[in-house]
Design a protein around this ligand. Structure first.
Ligand SMILES: NC(=O)c1ccc[n+]([C@@H]2O[C@H](COP(=O)([O-])OP(=O)(O)OC[C@H]3O[C@@H](n4cnc5c(N)ncnc54)[C@H](O)[C@@H]3O)[C@@H](O)[C@H]2O)c1
Length: 286
């Protein structure tokens, strides 16, 4: 199946990155956000990211201009009606995702394929809100989307082979390296990564080391490009908390349980880089 027009639900951290790579590869891309302000914020994030790519010599001014002209925004779900593929990247909340997909299911053409970028919810459960579980798959990108090469393509027991192939080929057309994963909470990467990140918070909580020592330990001792607490700030502590809760409910294993410190930080509004403060502080001069 040929994909021409792509819809992206949500213009947060992930949605804006996904829309950026789709537009750069020439797909006509429509972003849906809940308000004009949030849509504008998403577009300015995309402009900033493309600007940086131009500065680094990774994108030329001509293709950047072309990419911008293929991008549009809306606050109406119904405006995604003409899309061949819709990628959802809204908050990690099952009810919110199901509600959005059930509206889209009525609005979009029968051939359209739906994908969720969820990190921890089961694709099967989200797809149950639609009448097209055979044309529903997981398409899990990594942050920052324009930079990270991996995409997990998730097939449920209901996803058709043709849908999996179309989604896999689409991911490849974005310049990504897709891998296939089963529809288990966390797929491949988060199943391994989330317990590690949560353990780093526990280590801080228990006074094993300072935030700097924990991060430096993993950077210099294991060759990780970024320590776990800094990485948590980039992923978003609110998003990680939601992911841990979902994975704990799925597996009932302690290693997925969100530590109290993570919950306290979310309650205090310290979501990480996106809110200006998490384990570290962000902003002017920091
Ligand atoms: N942050 C990460 O590193 C990461 C990585 C991979 C996958 N994910 C997944 O991607 C999804 C989004 O995460 P994020 O980090 O971009 O979150 P975010 O909080 O940065 O952005 C979510 C955006 O969705 C918008 N939104 C909420 N309801 C909406 C709706 N009905 N229609 C359109 N927009 C809506 C919000 O206004 C917000 O701008 C989650 O499912 C998350 O698990 C996140």
């Amino acid at each position: 199946m040929k994909i021409g027009r792509v819809g992206v639900l949500g213009a947060g951290l992930m949605g804006s990155g996904i829309a950026e790579v789709c537009a750069k590869m020439g797909y006509e891309t429509v972003i849906r956000e809940v308000s004009d302000d949030l849509a504008k914020k998403g577009v300015s994030r995309i402009k900033g990211s493309m600007g940086k790519a131009v500065e680094k010599g990774k994108l030329e001014a001509g293709p950047r201009h072309a990419a911008r002209s293929t991008l549009s925004t809306t606050t109406r779900l119904e405006d995604l009606a003409g899309c061949d593929l819709v990628i959802e990247a809204i908050v990690e909340n099952l009810d919110a995702k199901k509600e959005a997909f059930s509206i889209l299911d009525r609005a979009c053409a029968p051939h359209a394929i739906f994908c969720s970028n969820t990190s921890s919810l089961t694709i099967t459960e989200i797809s149950a809100a639609t009448g097209r579980p055979d044309r529903f798959a997981g398409l899990h990108f990594f942050n920052p989307v324009p930079v990270m090469k991996l995409v997990e393509v998730v097939r449920t027991i209901a996803t058709s082979e043709a849908t999996e192939k179309t989604v896999f080929d689409f991911a490849t057309s974005l310049g990504k390296h897709p891998i296939r994963a089963h529809d288990n909470s966390g797929f491949v990467v988060n199943r391994l990564l989330v317990p590690y990140l949560l353990d780093a918070v526990r280590a801080l909580e228990e006074g094993v080391g300072t935030r700097e020592d924990i991060d430096k330990g993993m950077e210099l001792g294991c060759g990780h490009p970024m320590g776990p607490l800094r990485l948590l700030d980039f992923v978003g502590l609110d998003t990680t908390y939601a992911i841990a809760e979902i994975m704990f409910n799925e597996y009932r294993e302690k290693r997925f349980a969100p530590p109290p410190l993570l919950k306290r930080m979310v309650l205090a509004g310290r979501y990480g880089k996106k809110s200006g403060r998490g384990f570290y502080e962000y902003g002017e001069g920091r």
